[in-house]
Ligand binder design. Structure first.
Ligand code: AMP
Length: 280
């Protein structure tokens, strides 16, 4: 395993794999946990080498405090990746390496995907995500890139960006890794105190309840159930609960037999914003 901090050094190391071999890619913002490792393991199993990028991308943060407080733990990240066997190249560049000149986003039209859920609450977020991944894909030139369903909207946006930019990369969605309690693993969990972490379990519990009751109740009944759940837990503040069509991500108001749905939640535990979702 080697750590690269410049595009040039990474490109030199990847040259032989580009000629003959398959490069897998796992883009991350660091503060790695078992969720990230599951993506890396899948990539290692399916490719000749795996690039793991660790880059806290400034253009996808709409909230400067969130950017400032985002955990940065490069040494621990390297140690964690070292527990995996395989050909791992860690790429931890700085913003100038990636963006070259101005650290700004390109403006994308993701066909409406960008206007739902996270897009409504985090203005410009998906332009930042699309921009940095387009740049990273052009540097790494992977055959396959791995993304968690934890950020399901992001996964759909990345697929759309790749088709808009005509990039020759296969986007692979990977299941959400959770703690025993059901809490989805997230780098942001590191910022939760023990009371907030305990309260945050309600997020996945609510999603599980919706999954269980999906066939027995209307969408508005399910929405009310979740709202009530959150009213009883003062440490959490529900930002949104939505049941959405997995293709368009548009909010569902009634169930259509021909469509597939997921339930999505964003909530604050104290100052920390958490998201989760579940297939219905
Ligand atoms: P991040 O570092 O938060 O940008 O995440 C990097 C990648 O890891 C994204 O594709 C995430 O969706 C994925 N990821 C984060 N948490 C989890 C999790 N609990 N299970 C599976 N994938 C995850």
């Amino acid at each position: 395993m080697t750590l690269f901090t410049t595009v040039k050094s990474l490109n030199d190391a990847l040259l032989s794999f580009l000629k003959s071999g398959e490069i897998g890619f796992v883009p991350t913002m660091g503060a790695l946990h078992e969720g990230h490792l599951s993506l890396v393991s899948k990539s290692l199993a399916e490719n000749d080498c795996t690039v793991v990028s660790i880059f806290v991308n400034p253009t996808q943060f709409n909230n400067p405090t969130d950017l400032e407080k985002y955990p940065r733990t490069l040494r621990a990240d390297v140690d964690l990746l070292q527990t995996l066997n395989g050909n791992i190249f860690i790429f931890a560049p700085n913003a100038e390496d990636i963006y070259q000149k101005d650290v700004i986003s390109k403006h994308y039209n993701f066909g409406g995907l960008e206007n739902e859920m996270e897009g409504k609450h985090r203005k410009g977020h998906f332009d930042g995500v699309g921009t940095v991944l387009n740049l990273l894909f052009r540097i790494v030139k992977p055959t396959k890139a791995y993304f968690g369903e934890k950020d399901f909207q992001q996964l759909q946006i990345v697929k759309k960006m790749v088709s808009l930019e005509k990039l020759p990369v296969n986007i692979i969605g990977c299941e959400i890794i959770r703690e025993k309690s059901g809490l989805a693993l997230s780098s942001r969990n590191k910022r939760l105190n023990s009371t907030e972490k305990k309260a945050a379990i309600l997020i996945s519990q609510s999603l599980k309840l919706v999954k269980k009751e999906f066939s027995n109740h209307s969408i508005s009944e399910l929405t009310n159930m979740v709202a009530k759940n959150f009213e009883s837990e003062k440490i959490l503040k529900l930002e949104y609960f939505e049941i959405a069509d997995i293709e368009t991500l548009k909010t569902a108001t009634k169930k259509d037999e021909d469509k597939n749905y997921r339930a999505f939640i964003a909530a604050f535990a104290g100052e920390v914003r958490l998201i989760d979702n579940m297939a219905l």
